[in-house]
Design a protein around this ligand. Structure first.
Ligand code: TYD
Length: 141
């Protein structure tokens, strides 16, 4: 059977509901309805200095939804065979990134807040922090 090591799910944009009225907009997500994993953790990245790059790793089994809750940034993903850049600049438009996808977050606007919803608690052993190791695991020498 193919698993994420051999055949990672491609990253994809997930659009959340948006309720608009004169008082402002509201978006929400129900784990079972809107994201392809069960939510166990959330963390957020903020006050990112201009030019900083976050991420720079893959996960063996973690699923994530990455949201630009405020401002904007780019998520550069690599599945081992090519790179793709997703610009996130709306709080209701998130990027799903599954296991065995290399990602880097860059080009943060001033005041950007990145919210990450994750399928597992923080586990350092789930990280692959070296691109060479990642490439070998993906079958690219
Ligand atoms: P890291 O995952 O390297 O950040 P990023 O991918 O955004 O660049 O994490 C940075 C530090 O924060 C590292 O020491 C681990 C710690 N950390 C936690 O303790 N819990 C968490 O949920 C996360 C995401 C990180």
């Amino acid at each position: 059977m193919l698993d994420a090591m051999d055949s990672p799910s491609p990253p994809r944009i997930i659009e959340l509901p948006k309720i608009t009225d004169q008082r402002g907009n509201l978006s929400y997500l129900n784990s079972a309805e809107h994201i392809p994993f069960e939510l166990q953790r959330a963390y957020f990245v903020y006050d990112v200095p201009a030019g900083s790059v976050r991420g720079g790793h893959a996960h063996k089994s973690l699923h994530q939804l990455i949201l630009a809750i405020s401002g904007s940034f780019d998520v550069v993903v690599n599945d081992g065979s090519g790179e793709q850049t997703f610009s996130l600049n709306r709080p209701w438009r998130g990027l799903y990134v599954g296991p065995m996808i290399w990602r880097a977050l860059e080009n943060f606007s001033s005041g950007a807040v990145c919210l990450v919803l994750a399928s597992r608690p923080y586990e350092e052993e789930d990280y692959i922090r070296d691109f060479g190791t990642y490439s070998v695991l993906r079958g690219n020498p």
